[in-house]
Design a protein around this ligand. Structure first.
Ligand code: FES
Length: 105
């Protein structure tokens, strides 16, 4: 079974093959915001895949559009609700601290 390591907590969970990444987190008490309930209609479940990005499949156009709204976007950014776990992953949950940073500009 694939293992997912969530950062920054370092929590490691094992999940069934083809399991949804957001569900893997929530089932194991790892908090990832998910305002739209996993329907690819927000960007609150944004995560950064630090290892294993090549196993998470292609992003849909809808996911790309939603990611454009995400804070701290990187080339390894994904929406957790749109990712399927097929191999070991290291997943960073970005902090949502840019609101106060924006005030400094
Ligand atoms: S929970 Fe809204 S896009 Fe994933």
């Amino acid at each position: 079974m694939p293992k997912v390591t969530f950062l920054p907590s370092g929590t490691v969970v094992e999940v069934e093959d083809d399991y949804n990444l957001l569900d893997a987190a929530l089932d194991n008490n790892v908090q990832i915001d998910h305002n739209c309930g996993g329907n690819c209609a927000c960007s609150t479940c944004h995560v950064i895949i630090e290892k294993g990005i090549e196993t998470t499949g292609e992003k849909s156009e809808d996911e790309e559009d939603m990611l454009d709204e995400a804070e701290n976007l990187t080339e390894n950014s994904r929406l957790a609700c749109q990712c399927t776990v097929t191999a070991d992953l290291v997943v960073k949950i970005p902090s949502k601290d840019s609101e106060w940073k924006d005030d400094t500009f």
